[in-house]
Design a protein around this ligand. Structure first.
Ligand code: WTA
Length: 571
């Protein structure tokens, strides 16, 4: 595809001379901006919240501009600091300590942020879960992490399989009329009684702060473990890539159950003391535009799936809103179609800056910077301090324009430090000093990286990573399903949709009602975004002789592509 190159944005950028900075930059240089430089002890919650709350010029600034269909609230840095202190005291009262896993299973709300920073302030490890998760997804994560405390709301408590979580000591419930059970703690009651003073737990840069579960192609979701040190990269990319400045109003649409929602929905803006817009609930194009207009958002970080919906809803919807404040626009999560970039230039007169990274990488790595040209369809170039390359399966670099494994020279500040309870899985990511991403890509002669696809079977639907194995396992729990194979099928709006191929047990007839029932079963058992949008009943599911489902073959059939090597196919 030959798309026109879009020239660098004019103006003064936080990272002006990309090439020169790349040559001379070292991550050590960044550390001098932090208050911990002298002591060596840190806490990301201090850097993101308390530091501003202690600054007379900053304390009354709005940190969180929250809205949802039911509620609107502005929270200053000082209030957020005090509320998170209170929550830290509540956790301490119930014997929660440094290194304990404390999970949050709730929708976005001001209470979420107070609790999140309260957890970090005691040195515990926060595990945010998508509110859309159903029982099994919740169980898997709380069991694997051996979570000690869960914070949730009355609407979600029924999805917590309490009898199967022996390590879970307390459940803090944010709601009215909390039931009187031994395990339950009434959030509002405790917060009312808690002190606003708390002396923060100073930790080491390499101490844990966050556990994000994400999907692979096999096995249960894995717990990606991040440490306080990640803040160095959040801080750097907030300036270079998000282009944030003191007076910006920033909005990241991602939920904190996803890494974008923590790294860039929480840490990046607040490390710089910037006002952060949070909107709860589901979005329609009007909601997006309205939120941008009402909050006078200047910098917006969103996903291709949202942008594609804006494109398709047309100019009439856009014309209803005044978005003149918006000056910088970014995207993450899936390939950003060149057509969408063209739309951005025409409809908004803004460049859309694609960024590439993963749950495991903790922060942006390959990006489009304001001071560089955009080559539509390319993810851009590695940020200073990061070496990216294309390697073969042995970890040897391969020449430009050849497709291979997208790899990053390890380590870097925000890189995961382990996979919870799974050291061999962690080690399997690294070959010959490179972190191998699982994405295929190539690099052109100008140093731009071009995404080609996933090398494993992981599905990316509306920017959310779904492991086919999890969906297949859930399908098999339905009494009618004998076998299941799940693939991602290309979709113009969602990137991919989930398609399930199933065989039926004796006594079941293929019917619309049955398929709908199975779909609902996955939706209510696992999560809405994991439920197959399409289902097809087959006589058999192709498997290797060792019994592995051949998802690649299913996909080739679905797309009418050549089936390639089928020598391992079972008779
Ligand atoms: C995909 C999201 C194309 C990719 C922060 C990666 C992308 C996976 C891009 C990680 C992009 C992310 N262009 N593909 N700009 N950004 N991806 O862990 O396949 O939810 O490996 O983290 O999303 O998804 P995850």
């Amino acid at each position: 595809m030959d798309m026109q190159v879009i020239p660098a944005r004019e103006g003064n950028h936080n990272l002006h001379d990309y090439e020169k900075t790349r040559e001379s930059f070292s991550w050590e240089d960044m550390k001098k901006d932090f208050s911990w430089n002298e002591t060596g002890k840190v806490n990301i919650a201090y850097e993101a919240i308390d530091r501003h709350a202690k600054n007379p010029k900053k304390k009354d600034k709005v940190a969180l501009a929250y809205s949802s269909p039911e509620r609107e609230e502005k929270v200053t840095f000082e209030t957020l600091s005090k509320e998170s202190n209170k929550f830290a005291n509540v956790l301490k009262k119930y014997n929660t300590n440094k290194g304990d896993r404390v999970f949050l299973f709730m929708s976005r709300s001001p209470e979420f942020y107070a609790a999140f920073f309260g957890i970090l302030k005691i040195g515990a490890i926060a595990g945010p879960l998508f509110e859309a998760f159903m029982e099994q997804a919740v169980r898997d994560r709380l069991q694997d992490s051996e979570a000690k405390i869960l914070i949730t709301t009355p609407e979600l408590i029924d999805r917590v399989p309490q009898d199967e979580l022996p390590n879970l000591e307390k459940i803090i419930i944010i709601g009215n009329n909390v039931e009187n059970k031994e395990r339950y703690i009434d959030y509002y009651q405790e917060m009312d009684a808690a002190s606003e003073e708390f002396s923060i737990e100073w930790v080491d840069l390499e101490d844990g702060m966050l556990l994000h579960y994400t999907s692979g192609s096999t096995g249960k979701p894995k717990g990606v473990y991040h440490v306080h040190n990640a803040m160095i990269q959040h801080y750097a990319t907030a300036q270079w890539v998000l282009d944030l400045k003191e007076d910006d109003v920033y909005w990241c649409t991602a939920d904190p159950g996803w890494v974008t929602g923590t790294s860039y929905g929480i840490f990046a803006p607040w490390l710089l003391g910037v006002t952060n817009v949070v909107r709860g609930g589901r979005f329609t194009p009007d909601d997006w535009y309205q939120t941008l207009e009402e909050n006078k958002v200047t910098v917006w970080y969103t996903a291709p799936t949202a942008l594609r919906r804006l494109v398709s809803c047309g100019q009439e919807v856009l014309d209803k809103y005044d978005l003149s404040q918006l000056r910088h626009l970014l995207s993450v999560g899936e390939p950003l179609n060149p057509e969408v970039i063209t739309w951005g230039m025409k409809a908004l007169n803004l460049r859309i800056h694609d960024t590439w990274w993963m749950t495991e990488t903790g922060a942006q790595l390959i990006v489009n910077l304001p001071s560089l040209e955009i080559h539509p369809g390319s993810m851009g170039k590695p940020i200073p301090g990061i070496e990216a390359s294309i390697v073969d399966n042995e970890g040897n670099e391969i020449p430009p324009n050849q497709m291979g494994n997208l790899a990053i020279k390890a380590p870097w500040p925000a890189m995961m430090r382990k996979i919870w309870n799974n050291q061999s899985k962690y080690e399997s990511y690294f070959i010959n000093g490179w972190y191998v991403s699982g994405d295929s890509a190539y690099k052109d002669e100008d140093g731009y990286f071009w995404f080609q696809g996933r090398l494993d079977d992981v599905i990316n639907t509306s920017g959310e990573r779904v492991g086919p194995f999890e969906v297949e396992s859930k399908l098999l729990e339905h009494p009618a399903v004998a076998e299941a194979g799940v693939i991602g099928k290309p979709d113009p709006v969602r990137g991919e949709i989930i398609k399930a191929f199933i065989t039926l047990n004796a006594g079941y007839e293929n019917s619309e009602e049955l398929l709908e029932d199975i779909r609902k079963f996955v939706k209510t058992g696992l999560s809405a975004h994991a439920a197959p949008r399409e289902m097809e009943v087959k006589d058999s599911i192709p498997k290797t002789r060792s019994g592995k489902i051949m998802r690649r073959l299913l996909k080739s059939w679905e797309l009418g592509l050549p089936t390639g090597d089928t020598s391992t196919l079972e008779e």
